[in-house]
Design a protein around this ligand. Structure first.
Ligand code: MEV
Length: 453
């Protein structure tokens, strides 16, 4: 049977699902029923979700969790987090609680510029283009006035326009680089519309320059698109307290030893790229979860964050740590282009509730909340790594996931949690435990057989 199809997008949702289950699944009726069971009962709401994408056949669920007790700039938040990985929300909550009694998190937005580019080829005398560029800038802005009007009224718009001559790197290649302020919207549509208008203006402008030679009256626009690299849309978040107030940690680590080990862990992530990647991944565990919960674009945030992590030419930790005059300081600088209006932010029913949970912040406040969740996550991960190791906390959650996967009931789960308190959790050891528990030998589960696995 052929598994390709033409006109798939034109089928009804049910038709798409029917074709899919009949061609790709062994038990079509059951799979069809199962996937349809995830459709929302409210048809209007389902239509809104379907409208976000194409060829939708069902909804894909992810846990929607909350990390309470986040004090940021003296305001207390319960932070919504959408993430499939166990321990992340627990870690964020525990870091929030830790810092709540030590002054909380502080955060400030450093800058809010977004960037867009028109990339084009032009085979002329670069001086001639530079000479007329200020006139071109006026034309581009006048031609785009219909698009920028609303944004200007909201306090944003085009900040500046530059001509970049890349012909030293690539023959005939130039770029118009534009900085934007997009206020509370992420601004992707706005920026792309302005850039496409600029591209048309550019072509029209060179075509009527009488002093240009014939071949100079033509440009080839390669593309007009925003840049997801926004190093000047930057937020800083930090915590600090006297080292002596950090308290004592498991495994007999005192505050001073903890602070030193912690700072060294951050330092290692500045030196070594293998560690830096994992370290930053931990930061994005927190960042992405809030970005998703608030209906923002996590791919854009990740792409930008990782480029920023390499902004001095070497991929490094995004967070920093120092001990100065007995004060422990831990901070994160992160570029975050997010919005609280437009996009999915108000359309997605749960994103809307997430923003409401946060007190309907503006984009700058949301930047601070997101970055702080990243810093909290990083703090929690490093605290575990330099004290107990990460597996202790992780494995508790992992154990529950394995037990759920194996269909354990509550009694079995309770018994397993007790049993594995001081033992290594693995799929095999849990299976063995359950087998023995179920066959009644659990009271004295044979340690030997479990350890073998
Ligand atoms: C796991 O998702 C994230 C960590 O690996 C981060 C880190 O190592 O810093 C725990």
């Amino acid at each position: 049977m052929s598994k390709s199809i033409s006109g798939f997008s034109k089928l009804s949702k049910r038709g798409k699902l029917r074709w899919l289950v009949e061609n790709f699944f062994k038990d079509p009726e059951n799979v069809m029923r199962e996937l349809m069971s995830y459709w929302l009962l409210n048809e209007e709401e389902q239509k809104i979700l379907d409208g976000f994408s194409e060829n939708t056949i069902s909804n894909f669920y992810l846990p929607f969790g909350v990390a309470p007790n986040f004090v940021i700039n003296d305001k207390t938040y319960a932070i919504p987090m959408v993430i499939e990985e166990s321990s992340v929300v627990a870690a964020a909550s525990s870091a929030a609680k830790f810092w709540m009694t030590r002054g909380g998190f502080k955060a400030k937005v450093i800058s809010t510029k977004k960037v867009g580019q028109v990339h084009f080829m032009w085979s002329g005398d670069a001086n001639k283009l530079e000479e007329v560029f200020s006139d071109l800038k006026i034309k581009m802005q006048e031609d785009a006035a219909g698009i920028t009007k609303n944004m200007v009224e909201r306090g944003g718009g085009i900040l500046d326009i530059q001509l970049i001559n890349y012909t030293g790197v690539e023959k005939d290649y130039y770029q118009i680089k534009v900085n934007f302020e997009t206020c509370d919207s992420m601004g992707a549509n706005f920026i792309n519309s302005v850039l496409e208008s600029f591209a048309v203006s550019l072509r029209e402008f060179v075509a009527v320059q009488d002093h240009f030679a014939d071949e100079e009256k033509e440009v080839t626009v390669i593309m007009s698109i925003l840049s997801n690299y926004t190093p000047e849309c930057l937020v800083r978040t930090w915590v600090e307290c006297p080292v002596s107030e950090l308290g004592d940690f498991t495994n007999d680590i005192d505050a001073e030893a903890f602070a030193k080990k912690f700072c060294m862990a951050v330092r290692i992530a500045h030196i070594d790229q293998y560690r830096a990647t994992t370290h930053n991944k931990g930061i994005f565990n927190g960042v992405d979860a809030v970005v998703l919960a608030t209906g923002n674009d996590f791919r854009a945030i990740e792409a930008c964050g990782h480029t920023y992590a390499a902004h001095d030419g070497h991929y490094r930790s995004l967070s920093h740590c120092k001990i100065e005059n007995g004060i422990f300081k831990f901070w994160l600088d992160l570029p975050l282009a997010v919005g609280t209006v437009g996009g999915l932010t108000k359309l997605h029913p749960i994103a809307k509730r997430s923003l409401e949970m946060l007190g309907n912040p503006n984009a700058e406040e949301l930047m601070m909340i997101i970055a702080t969740t990243g810093l909290a996550q990083n703090f929690a991960a490093l605290r575990s790594l330099v004290t107990t190791g990460i597996q202790q906390g992780h494995m508790k959650m992992h154990l529950v996931n394995i037990l759920n996967h194996m269909g354990a009931n509550q009694e079995e789960k309770d018994a397993a949690c007790k049993h594995f308190i001081d033992k290594v959790v693995s799929f095999n050891s849990v299976r063995l435990f359950l087998d023995e528990y179920r066959s009644g030998t659990s009271g004295n589960v044979k340690k030997k057989s479990i350890l073998k696995n």
